[in-house]
Design a protein around this ligand. Structure first.
Ligand code: FAD
Length: 253
């Protein structure tokens, strides 16, 4: 298995750092190939703009998707983006390793996605998305540490369910581009737990990455399950009822 770890933590001695080392050492010892993009160590530029490209489609108005389509057709991505794309195409499985920051990924990782997940059919677009995506057949997993304890991230907890918080990443980024999304590996409150518990988490994480090929996945509907307005066909009867009872009519554009 070829595993690509995108690591987003500024401190090498952090628990996130320990997790990426655990994954890399475990996978390598078991004969797998590993590539790591340590975004802070690389000084990865997270700002998405004209510097993404060596080509220019429209010098008067910067529209990123148009520039991405043009670059995809003319081999025009900057070398740092192309290198990350090459690792995506190379891998069988992608791991996003990050601490939860403001209910999302650190800006450097969001910038990596903004710049590397390019449209124009390179990573998505032209009908290539979700289960028909360019990266279909590959697996991806979020591996994240969270400041709060599990009850806080449960259905009735203060922060709400962690599955909802990770939905924009799991569904909006990973499934959107075609990945089969593996259930996230989550470490809660690594700073507040005991040394033994931290060691236990690291051992479990090693098992998870070694079993990545068969680890449980999140089941999302396929594109064929949606109608022409991208509403689940199976929800039609509920939807019709809601429409009937709705008193607010949304004007059509
Ligand atoms: P660290 O503090 O680096 O490590 C935890 C402990 O593990 C340390 O004691 C360290 O020494 C130890 N350790 C390191 N390596 C090993 C090893 N090999 N073996 C055993 N122990 C080891 N939290 C939320 O819940 N929700 C939020 O929305 C949120 N937003 C945040 C936004 C920002 C900007 C910041 C800075 C924090 C936020 N947090 C939030 C908290 C954040 O999620 C946690 O601080 C983070 O997940 C902790 O992970 P870490 O790798 O930084 O831990």
């Amino acid at each position: 298995m070829r595993v690509f770890v995108v690591h987003a933590h500024p401190e090498p001695k952090s628990f996130n750092g320990a997790m990426t080392r655990q994954a890399t050492e475990g996978l390598t010892a078991a004969g797998h190939e590993v590539a790591v993009s340590d975004l802070y160590a690389m000084g990865f530029n997270a700002v998405s703009d004209r510097r993404n490209f060596t080509t220019t489609h429209d010098p008067h108005y910067y529209r990123q998707e148009s520039e991405e389509s043009y670059a995809a057709a003319h081999d025009g991505f900057s070398s740092d983006i192309q290198a990350e794309m090459d690792k995506l195409f190379w891998c069988d499985a992608l791991i996003l390793q990050f601490p939860l920051w403001w209910f999302g990924v650190p800006a450097i990782l969001k910038g990596w996605v903004d710049r590397v997940f390019a449209s124009g059919g390179k990573i998505y677009g032209g009908g290539k998305w979700f289960d028909r995506g360019v990266l279909a057949g590959k697996r991806a997993m979020c591996s994240t540490t969270i400041g709060g304890q599990p009850p806080m991230y449960s259905a009735h907890g203060l922060s709400g369910p962690i599955s909802t918080i990770l939905f924009p990443i799991n569904h909006g980024m990973l499934y959107f581009t075609g990945f089969t999304v593996v259930e996230p590996f989550i470490v809660h409150a690594p700073r507040r737990i005991s040394c033994e518990d931290r060691a236990e988490y690291l051992a479990r994480y090693r098992d998870r990455v070694l079993g990545l090929a068969t680890a449980p996945t999140i089941s999302y509907p396929k594109l064929d399950d949606y109608d022409e307005q991208f509403v689940l066909k199976s929800s039609q009867s509920t939807r019709n009822q809601l429409d009937l009872h709705s008193t607010v009519k949304t004007p059509r554009p």
